[in-house]
Design a binder for this molecule. Sequence first.
Ligand code: HEC
Ligand code: HEC
Ligand code: HEC
Ligand code: HEC
Ligand code: HEC
Length: 152
Amino acid sequence: MGEPRVPEYGAGTIPFDHALHGDSIGLDCAACHTGSRASANAFMPSKADCMDCHRLPLTEKPGIETLDSLLAKADERPWSHGRHLPEHVVFHHGVHASAGVACADCHGTGYMQNRYGGEKFDMQTCLKCHRGETFREKGFKPAASYCAACHR
Ligand code: HEC
Ligand code: HEC
Ligand code: HEC
Ligand code: HEC
Ligand code: HEC
């Protein structure tokens, strides 16, 4: 009532293509997902992370103009975070990073990384790697398979 409502623009309205950023310009995943090496959570970027590079127009492509105006309107809220595993499952990114497990081992490569690649995060996928039945060639240390390691 009274004042007209100001429309809100979350960063989530900005288009983002992993293939364009990771594969072609070699940007490290952790530059945007800052928790993925040490924390439980991978964390999502916010507009400021894009502005590091997109402060100036980078290409002549028409898409850049749209991006600039979207970035100018967007607020500082990060991209939305969603829990993908059920509440009763414990998962920690940092534990895996220190054991040498690569992002792509779980998330796949290329554009698919945006949607967890071909891997489904079901219990068997976790357990098979923990028991050394998959990824043998990588020589990971065997990891826990007792129930309470992953279930609280
Ligand atoms: C320049 C910043 C940037 C880089 C670098 C980046 N990402 Fe992302 N990532 C994003 C953004 C933005 C989203 C949200 C996209 C959306 O919702 O449309 C996202 C989403 C994701 C998601 C999906 C989360 C969900 O809830 O669906 C995964 C998984 C992911 N990224 C993994 C990776 C991996 C693995 C790499 C490295 C190969 C990587 N990202 C590199 C910015 C980045
Ligand atoms: C390390 C620098 C860097 C960062 C950080 C970065 N970008 Fe980019 N981005 C680029 C470059 C370089 C291109 C052009 C790639 C090409 O044309 O091959 C690009 C292209 C794009 C395009 C395509 C525009 C077109 O030409 O059609 C979009 C959309 C985009 N970025 C969004 C984002 C978003 C959203 C973020 C933050 C989550 C982000 N970028 C972070 C470097 C970056
Ligand atoms: C051992 C498998 C595994 C590895 C390795 C892994 N992830 Fe994840 N990742 C997951 C699982 C499982 C989830 C869902 C977690 C949840 O629901 O809480 C997830 C979630 C994410 C999300 C979504 C976070 C959100 O807030 O929505 C991003 C982004 C992500 N991972 C990026 C990365 C990056 C970057 C790396 C490498 C540095 C990486 N992951 C390594 C399994 C993995
Ligand atoms: C590609 C292999 C791989 C996959 C897939 C994987 N893990 Fe792991 N996980 C590991 C390794 C390696 C360790 C570290 C073992 C160590 O350092 O002793 C580990 C450690 C853990 C730990 C700490 C307990 C321990 O043994 O140190 C938990 C909890 C865990 N993982 C949960 C999960 C869950 C939940 C999933 C599935 C969503 C998953 N992991 C998928 C390889 C994997
Ligand atoms: C390495 C991690 C890990 C270990 C160890 C583990 N689980 Fe799970 N469990 C998961 C994940 C991830 C899910 C959620 C995805 C799914 O439902 O497959 C899950 C789901 C479940 C579910 C729910 C299935 C459903 O349909 O809702 C049950 C029940 C369960 N686990 C029992 C167990 C029991 C019993 C043990 C010990 C013998 C065990 N888990 C050991 C990772 C693990």
